[in-house]
Design a binder for this molecule. Structure first.
Ligand code: GLP
Length: 271
C-alpha cells in the first residue's frame, strides 16, 4: 500500500527539469516544496522513481535527499525509505513557560522529575542567581514532554530561602512557573535568554530519545520577578530536530547600538 501511495505522490512532481539552472539546486527546491505539502510520516517515492520522473542522475537525487535529511525535513528508515519529519515546534521570543508554549501549539505539556533537591550554589550558579556561593539552592532537573514525547531536558536552580519546601512539591506534569505563583505569590516578569547549538552527551541524548549525533539547542535563561530579583537560572536542552527559534525583528530606531558585552557564562549543561 505504501508503494502505491509513493507512486501516486510521484504524479504531483514535475516531469523533468529545465535546462536553465543547475539540476541539483532545482531538484532540491522541488523536493522541499513537495515535502512541505505532505503530512509528517508520509513515505516519499524512492530515489529510482524520482530519478526516472525528473530525468536526473541517481547521484543528484541522493544528494538532494541527503540535504533534506540534513535540514531535518525528512528522515531515513533503513531498508524502508524516507519519510516526512514532524514539523518543528516554535520556541517563541517571548517570556513564556514550557507548559504555555506546548499548549499554544495544541499539545499537552508534561514533566518527568529526574532530580529535585537542595544543594549549595556553585560559583557559576551563585553568579547567575546573584547570591553568595554556598547559598542553598533548589536544583530541579526535568524531562519535559509534549503529548508524552520528550522534547527538552531542563535544569533549573532557584534560591531555596525564597521558595521554602519547593524541593518537596510534586512537580510531575506540573508547571514550575504556575507553582511559584500559586504557592509563593511570585510572578515571572522578565528574563534574559541566550542560546547556542550543542551536541548532547550520550546520557542527555538517551533522556531526550535522540541520537547523540543530533545537535540540540541549549537555552540559558535568568528569570526575574517584578522587583528585578532573580528567581531562576535555567539551562534547557531542546531537541534540535523538533525545535526552531522564532523571533520578531524590527529595525532599531536611531543609530546602531554598540555590540553588547558577551552574555553571561556560556557554560555547559552540567555544573
Ligand atoms: C521554559 C524555560 C525554563 C522554565 C520553564 C518553566 O522551558 N526555558 O527556564 O523553567 O519554561 O516551565 P513550566 O512552568 O511549564 O514548568
Amino acid at each position: 500500500m505504501a508503494s502505491k501511495r509513493r507512486g501516486d505522490l510521484l504524479e504531483t512532481l514535475p516531469n523533468g527539469l529545465s535546462g536553465q539552472r543547475p539540476k541539483g539546486a532545482q531538484l532540491q527546491e522541488i523536493l522541499e516544496d513537495f515535502v512541505a505539502t505532505l503530512e509528517p510520516g508520509t513515505p516519499l517515492p524512492g530515489e529510482m522513481l524520482i530519478k526516472k520522473r525528473l530525468k536526473v542522475a541517481r547521484g543528484t537525487v541522493t544528494q538532494a535527499i541527503d540535504e533534506l535529511v540534513a535540514k531535518g525535513l525528512i528522515y531515513r528508515v533503513e531498508r524502508s525509505g524516507t519519510y516526512v519529519a514532524e514539523r518543528k515546534l516554535r520556541q517563541p521570543g517571548t517570556l513564556t513557560s514550557f507548559s504555555e508554549d506546548m499548549r499554544a501549539q495544541g499539545m499537552t505539556p508534561g514533566s518527568i522529575v529526574l532530580d529535585q533537591e537542595v544543594v549549595t550554589a556553585s560559583l557559576i550558579i551563585a553568579r547567575q542567581l546573584e547570591v553568595e556561593p554556598g547559598t542553598p539552592v533548589v536544583h530541579l532537573q526535568r524531562v519535559r514532554t509534549a503529548d508524552g514525547e520528550p522534547m527538552a531536558l531542563e535544569r533549573s536552580h532557584l534560591p531555596a530561602p525564597r521558595f521554602p519546601g519547593l524541593e518537596e512539591v510534586d512537580l510531575t506534569d506540573t508547571s514550575l512557573y504556575e507553582t511559584l505563583g500559586r504557592r509563593w505569590g511570585v510572578q515571572v516578569a522578565s528574563a534574559e535568554q541566550w542560546f547556542s547549538a550543542i551536541r548532547p552527551t550520550d546520557a542527555e541524548a538517551t533522556q531526550l530519545g535522540v541520537s547523540p549525533d543530533q545537535p540540540a539547542l541549549l537555552f540559558q535563561r535568568v528569570t526575574r520577578d517584578p522587583a528585578g530579583r532573580v528567581i531562576e537560572f535555567a539551562r534547557s536542552l531542546y531537541r534540535g530536530d523538533r525545535y526552531e527559534v522564532h523571533t520578531q525583528l524590527r529595525r532599531p530606531e536611531g543609530p546602531p547600538e554598540e555590540p553588547a558585552a558577551l552574555t553571561p557564562e556560556p557554560g555547559a549543561l552540567s555544573t
